[in-house]
Design a protein around this ligand. Structure first.
Ligand SMILES: C[S@@+](CC[C@H](N)C(=O)[O-])C[C@H]1O[C@@H](n2cnc3c(N)ncnc32)[C@H](O)[C@@H]1O
Length: 223
Protein backbone atom coordinates (compact mmCIF):
# COMPACT_ATOMS: atom_id res chain seq x y z
CA UNK A 1 0.00 0.00 0.00
CA UNK A 2 1.47 3.40 -0.99
CA UNK A 3 0.98 6.09 1.65
CA UNK A 4 1.75 9.50 0.27
CA UNK A 5 0.96 13.04 1.42
CA UNK A 6 1.44 15.25 -1.67
CA UNK A 7 1.47 18.50 0.33
CA UNK A 8 4.22 17.33 2.71
CA UNK A 9 6.15 15.84 -0.21
CA UNK A 10 6.14 19.05 -2.24
CA UNK A 11 7.09 21.12 0.80
CA UNK A 12 10.02 18.80 1.54
CA UNK A 13 11.25 18.95 -2.06
CA UNK A 14 10.86 22.72 -2.21
CA UNK A 15 12.84 23.18 1.02
CA UNK A 16 15.72 21.11 -0.36
CA UNK A 17 15.68 22.96 -3.66
CA UNK A 18 15.61 26.36 -1.96
CA UNK A 19 18.78 25.55 -0.02
CA UNK A 20 20.43 24.21 -3.21
CA UNK A 21 20.41 20.62 -1.96
CA UNK A 22 18.51 19.16 -4.92
CA UNK A 23 19.50 15.51 -4.32
CA UNK A 24 19.28 15.40 -0.51
CA UNK A 25 15.71 14.11 -0.35
CA UNK A 26 15.67 11.19 -2.79
CA UNK A 27 16.89 8.55 -0.36
CA UNK A 28 14.07 9.34 2.07
CA UNK A 29 11.47 8.32 -0.54
CA UNK A 30 12.98 4.85 -0.62
CA UNK A 31 13.75 4.49 3.10
CA UNK A 32 10.11 5.44 3.81
CA UNK A 33 9.15 2.32 1.83
CA UNK A 34 10.75 0.24 4.64
CA UNK A 35 12.10 -2.44 2.32
CA UNK A 36 8.93 -2.82 0.25
CA UNK A 37 9.44 -1.67 -3.35
CA UNK A 38 5.63 -1.56 -3.80
CA UNK A 39 5.48 1.25 -1.23
CA UNK A 40 7.54 3.69 -3.35
CA UNK A 41 4.80 6.08 -4.40
CA UNK A 42 6.25 7.05 -7.79
CA UNK A 43 7.18 3.54 -8.88
CA UNK A 44 4.87 2.23 -11.62
CA UNK A 45 6.33 -1.27 -11.08
CA UNK A 46 6.27 -1.80 -14.84
CA UNK A 47 8.15 -0.22 -17.74
CA UNK A 48 6.44 2.32 -19.97
CA UNK A 49 4.67 0.37 -22.79
CA UNK A 50 6.29 2.66 -25.39
CA UNK A 51 9.69 1.72 -23.99
CA UNK A 52 8.85 -1.98 -24.29
CA UNK A 53 7.60 -1.40 -27.84
CA UNK A 54 10.92 0.31 -28.71
CA UNK A 55 12.91 -2.59 -27.23
CA UNK A 56 10.80 -5.09 -29.19
CA UNK A 57 11.41 -3.21 -32.45
CA UNK A 58 15.18 -2.90 -31.90
CA UNK A 59 16.42 -6.44 -31.14
CA UNK A 60 20.01 -6.73 -29.87
CA UNK A 61 20.29 -10.29 -28.53
CA UNK A 62 23.78 -11.68 -29.26
CA UNK A 63 25.16 -8.27 -30.29
CA UNK A 64 26.95 -7.43 -27.01
CA UNK A 65 25.18 -4.11 -26.58
CA UNK A 66 25.43 -2.11 -23.36
CA UNK A 67 22.65 -0.12 -21.74
CA UNK A 68 22.40 2.12 -18.71
CA UNK A 69 19.38 3.18 -16.66
CA UNK A 70 19.63 6.69 -15.18
CA UNK A 71 18.16 7.13 -11.68
CA UNK A 72 16.88 3.56 -11.89
CA UNK A 73 14.52 3.66 -8.91
CA UNK A 74 13.25 0.17 -8.11
CA UNK A 75 14.66 -1.40 -11.27
CA UNK A 76 11.80 -2.29 -13.65
CA UNK A 77 13.35 -0.52 -16.66
CA UNK A 78 16.82 -1.96 -16.06
CA UNK A 79 15.38 -5.48 -15.85
CA UNK A 80 13.45 -4.93 -19.09
CA UNK A 81 16.64 -3.93 -20.93
CA UNK A 82 18.40 -7.00 -19.54
CA UNK A 83 15.52 -9.22 -20.65
CA UNK A 84 15.87 -7.81 -24.18
CA UNK A 85 19.54 -8.76 -24.31
CA UNK A 86 21.51 -5.75 -23.11
CA UNK A 87 24.37 -5.89 -20.63
CA UNK A 88 22.87 -3.43 -18.16
CA UNK A 89 24.25 -0.99 -15.62
CA UNK A 90 21.62 0.72 -13.48
CA UNK A 91 22.43 3.45 -11.00
CA UNK A 92 20.75 5.73 -8.54
CA UNK A 93 22.01 8.38 -6.16
CA UNK A 94 19.76 6.89 -3.44
CA UNK A 95 21.47 3.95 -1.70
CA UNK A 96 18.14 2.66 -0.43
CA UNK A 97 16.80 2.49 -4.00
CA UNK A 98 19.72 0.27 -4.96
CA UNK A 99 19.12 -1.89 -1.86
CA UNK A 100 15.49 -2.35 -2.96
CA UNK A 101 16.63 -3.39 -6.46
CA UNK A 102 19.14 -5.90 -5.12
CA UNK A 103 16.60 -7.42 -2.72
CA UNK A 104 13.90 -7.47 -5.38
CA UNK A 105 16.00 -9.04 -8.15
CA UNK A 106 18.29 -11.47 -6.37
CA UNK A 107 19.14 -13.40 -9.57
CA UNK A 108 19.56 -10.33 -11.76
CA UNK A 109 22.29 -9.85 -14.36
CA UNK A 110 21.95 -6.06 -13.96
CA UNK A 111 24.84 -4.26 -12.29
CA UNK A 112 23.04 -2.07 -9.74
CA UNK A 113 25.20 0.74 -8.37
CA UNK A 114 24.95 3.79 -6.13
CA UNK A 115 26.33 6.56 -8.35
CA UNK A 116 25.70 10.22 -9.08
CA UNK A 117 24.84 11.26 -12.64
CA UNK A 118 26.93 14.38 -12.08
CA UNK A 119 30.01 12.49 -10.94
CA UNK A 120 29.86 9.10 -12.62
CA UNK A 121 32.89 6.78 -13.10
CA UNK A 122 35.07 8.12 -15.92
CA UNK A 123 35.06 4.81 -17.79
CA UNK A 124 31.33 5.18 -18.41
CA UNK A 125 31.80 8.14 -20.73
CA UNK A 126 30.72 7.35 -24.30
CA UNK A 127 30.23 3.67 -23.42
CA UNK A 128 26.51 2.91 -23.74
CA UNK A 129 24.60 1.86 -26.85
CA UNK A 130 21.35 2.66 -25.06
CA UNK A 131 20.74 5.21 -22.31
CA UNK A 132 17.31 5.23 -20.68
CA UNK A 133 16.10 8.31 -18.85
CA UNK A 134 12.72 8.02 -17.16
CA UNK A 135 11.43 10.85 -14.93
CA UNK A 136 14.75 12.10 -13.52
CA UNK A 137 15.06 15.50 -15.24
CA UNK A 138 11.58 16.48 -14.09
CA UNK A 139 12.46 16.09 -10.40
CA UNK A 140 15.50 18.36 -10.70
CA UNK A 141 15.42 22.16 -10.39
CA UNK A 142 16.93 25.01 -12.41
CA UNK A 143 20.37 24.57 -13.92
CA UNK A 144 20.57 20.91 -12.86
CA UNK A 145 18.09 19.98 -15.57
CA UNK A 146 20.29 21.04 -18.50
CA UNK A 147 23.39 19.73 -16.71
CA UNK A 148 21.64 16.37 -16.30
CA UNK A 149 20.89 16.28 -20.03
CA UNK A 150 24.55 17.04 -20.80
CA UNK A 151 25.68 14.22 -18.48
CA UNK A 152 23.18 11.77 -20.00
CA UNK A 153 24.35 12.59 -23.54
CA UNK A 154 27.98 12.11 -22.49
CA UNK A 155 27.22 8.47 -21.61
CA UNK A 156 26.09 7.58 -25.15
CA UNK A 157 28.47 5.63 -27.40
CA UNK A 158 28.99 6.59 -31.04
CA UNK A 159 25.82 5.66 -32.93
CA UNK A 160 24.10 4.94 -29.63
CA UNK A 161 20.71 6.27 -28.56
CA UNK A 162 18.98 7.81 -25.59
CA UNK A 163 15.30 7.21 -24.89
CA UNK A 164 13.54 9.83 -22.80
CA UNK A 165 10.28 9.28 -20.95
CA UNK A 166 8.84 12.17 -18.94
CA UNK A 167 5.84 14.24 -18.03
CA UNK A 168 5.17 17.17 -20.37
CA UNK A 169 3.60 20.61 -20.15
CA UNK A 170 2.87 23.58 -22.35
CA UNK A 171 5.50 26.30 -22.34
CA UNK A 172 4.89 28.91 -19.64
CA UNK A 173 2.43 26.73 -17.70
CA UNK A 174 2.75 24.94 -14.31
CA UNK A 175 5.90 26.91 -13.51
CA UNK A 176 5.85 25.94 -9.81
CA UNK A 177 4.92 22.30 -10.32
CA UNK A 178 6.73 19.51 -8.46
CA UNK A 179 7.72 17.49 -10.38
CA UNK A 180 8.19 20.10 -13.11
CA UNK A 181 7.32 18.46 -16.47
CA UNK A 182 9.43 19.23 -19.55
CA UNK A 183 8.10 21.52 -22.26
CA UNK A 184 8.85 21.05 -25.95
CA UNK A 185 11.72 23.54 -25.96
CA UNK A 186 13.40 21.83 -23.02
CA UNK A 187 13.24 18.32 -24.43
CA UNK A 188 14.41 19.65 -27.80
CA UNK A 189 17.58 20.55 -25.87
CA UNK A 190 18.79 17.01 -26.61
CA UNK A 191 19.14 18.10 -30.23
CA UNK A 192 21.01 21.25 -29.18
CA UNK A 193 23.50 18.84 -27.58
CA UNK A 194 24.26 17.33 -30.99
CA UNK A 195 21.82 14.41 -31.10
CA UNK A 196 19.45 13.59 -33.96
CA UNK A 197 15.81 13.02 -33.07
CA UNK A 198 14.67 9.57 -34.24
CA UNK A 199 11.15 9.55 -32.79
CA UNK A 200 8.90 11.83 -30.81
CA UNK A 201 5.58 11.08 -29.17
CA UNK A 202 3.35 13.35 -27.09
CA UNK A 203 0.57 11.41 -25.38
CA UNK A 204 -1.79 11.39 -22.40
CA UNK A 205 -1.42 8.49 -19.99
CA UNK A 206 -4.34 6.45 -18.64
CA UNK A 207 -4.63 8.16 -15.24
CA UNK A 208 -7.80 10.01 -14.30
CA UNK A 209 -7.37 12.84 -15.17
CA UNK A 210 -4.82 11.91 -17.86
CA UNK A 211 -1.26 13.22 -17.43
CA UNK A 212 0.49 14.46 -20.60
CA UNK A 213 3.84 12.85 -21.40
CA UNK A 214 6.63 12.79 -23.96
CA UNK A 215 8.41 9.64 -25.13
CA UNK A 216 11.26 10.34 -27.53
CA UNK A 217 14.52 8.93 -28.86
CA UNK A 218 17.72 10.61 -30.05
CA UNK A 219 20.80 9.23 -31.72
CA UNK A 220 24.47 10.19 -31.43
CA UNK A 221 25.62 10.05 -35.05
CA UNK A 222 29.05 8.63 -35.91
CA UNK A 223 31.80 11.08 -34.85
C1 LIG B 1 11.25 10.29 -10.10
S1 LIG B 1 12.44 9.09 -9.74
C2 LIG B 1 12.31 8.03 -11.16
C3 LIG B 1 12.81 6.66 -10.86
C4 LIG B 1 12.70 5.69 -12.04
N1 LIG B 1 13.51 6.13 -13.16
C5 LIG B 1 11.26 5.55 -12.44
O1 LIG B 1 10.88 6.02 -13.52
O2 LIG B 1 10.50 4.96 -11.65
C6 LIG B 1 13.99 9.92 -10.08
C7 LIG B 1 15.17 9.07 -9.64
O3 LIG B 1 16.38 9.74 -9.99
C8 LIG B 1 17.31 9.55 -8.94
N2 LIG B 1 18.30 10.63 -9.03
C9 LIG B 1 18.11 11.94 -8.82
N3 LIG B 1 19.25 12.62 -9.00
C10 LIG B 1 20.19 11.72 -9.35
C11 LIG B 1 21.57 11.81 -9.64
N4 LIG B 1 22.22 12.98 -9.60
N5 LIG B 1 22.24 10.68 -9.95
C12 LIG B 1 21.60 9.48 -9.96
N6 LIG B 1 20.29 9.33 -9.68
C13 LIG B 1 19.59 10.44 -9.37
C14 LIG B 1 16.46 9.58 -7.68
O4 LIG B 1 17.07 9.01 -6.56
C15 LIG B 1 15.23 8.82 -8.16
O5 LIG B 1 15.36 7.44 -7.93
Amino acid sequence: MKEFDPVKYKQMVREHQERDDPFGWFDSIYTDAKGDHRAVFWADLAPNPYFLEWLEKHPVKGLNKKAIAIGCGVGDDAEAMAAYGYEVTAFDIAPSAIDLCKNRYTESTVNYLVEDLFDYPTEWEGSYDLVYECNTIQVLPGRYRKEAMVAMVSLIANEGEILVSCRSRNKGEELDAIPLPLDQEEIDGFMDLGLVEKSFLAYDDDQDPPVPHFFSSYKKEKA
